[in-house]
Design a protein around this ligand. Structure first.
Ligand code: NDP
Length: 272
């Protein structure tokens, strides 16, 4: 089985579109602002896809250029602007700026990427509000395909604050038994081969072939890598799909991530 993220993403987007229409009837235009300090290619590609989704769904979108001198002032300005519901602080922040300090200043109700200490802490307490979009997308993709999580052995490879760590907490709160691996894990293959559900998010193109995976497992590939101009995941799809169910890259978690971000903007309207 292939776990198709596009079908789920379209379902979420249809719901968001409906909600945006309701809000507009009430005179509210969901509004997203991105604070941008770098213009590298991957940031540009990501911003273009966000703008495209916002335009399609009726969300007001704009970018605000910032730098090390203005970033704090800009966050305060967006926090205080009642017309702005969601704010994204694009990574990387300007050199010399402490990203965690800036995130700590962002109004958690406008934190549509779920990156502030308050929103991350809420996941720990199992009262999530705005959740990091990729972690949420991976959970929803599993739920969409009715993958049993209760008591399941789940191995996550990757422990970043935006993906692996929050995902481990979200899955634990669904009663999965979670093992989190990283670059210092000894005998990684032992942990991956015993997993009922394997989630990989490390950024190593097609590293995981069938030899890493249990027969009949569910494999969620979060990695996004560009190789010779082609986007591939961390999983060798052709090899793994012969013995396990696997999500595609592109067309898997990434598609759902974008839809979850749009839904978080609408959620932030209700929180403010
Ligand atoms: P980070 O670089 O922040 O984290 C990578 C993680 O992988 C770290 O925990 C690191 O371990 C671990 N790691 C690296 N190499 C190995 C290895 N050989 N064996 C085991 N663990 C390893 O990356 P992100 O979490 O931000 O992103 C991971 C991937 O997911 C990237 O390809 C990124 O493009 C993609 N991504 C996809 C998204 C989507 O929507 N689909 C959204 C966000 C990211 P350690 O902690 O020890 O350094």
């Amino acid at each position: 089985m292939v776990l198709d993220g596009v079908a789920l993403a379209n379902k979420i987007k249809r719901e968001v579109q409906k909600e945006v229409k309701h809000l507009k009837i009430k005179g509210i235009i969901p509004t997203l602002r991105c604070l941008v300090s770098s213009n590298d290619r991957s940031t540009r590609v990501y911003l273009n896809s966000i703008k495209h989704n916002c335009d399609k769904l009726g969300i007001d979108y704009a970018e605000i250029g910032t730098d090390s001198e203005n970033i704090i002032k800009d966050v305060e300005m967006l926090n205080n602007d009642d017309k702005v519901h969601g704010v994204m602080l694009m990574h990387p922040v300007p050199e010399g700026v402490n990203e965690i300090s800036v995130l700590s200043m962002l109004d958690p109700k406008k934190d549509v990427e779920g990156r502030t200490p308050e929103n991350l802490g809420k996941i720990l307490l199992n009262v999530p509000s705005l959740v990091p979009c990729t972690a949420q997308a991976a959970v929803e993709l599993l739920e969409y395909y009715d993958v049993p999580l209760k008591g399941a052995n789940v191995t996550i490879v990757g422990r970043s604050t935006t993906v692996g760590k929050p995902l481990s907490l979200l899955l634990m709160s669904r009663d999965a038994t979670v093992t989190v691996c990283h670059s210092k894990t000894r005998n990684l293959v032992e942990a991956t081969k015993h997993a009922d559900v394997l989630v990989v998010a490390i950024g190593k193109p097609q590293m995981f072939d069938a030899s890493w995976v249990k027969e009949g497992a569910i494999v969620i590939d979060i990695g996004i890598n560009v190789v010779n101009g082609r986007v591939v995941g961390d999983v060798d799809f052709d090899s793994v799909s012969k013995k396990a169910s696997v999500s595609r890259v592109p067309g898997g978690v990434g598609s759902v991530t974008n839809a979850v971000l749009m839904r978080n903007v609408v959620k932030s309207v209700q929180l403010i």
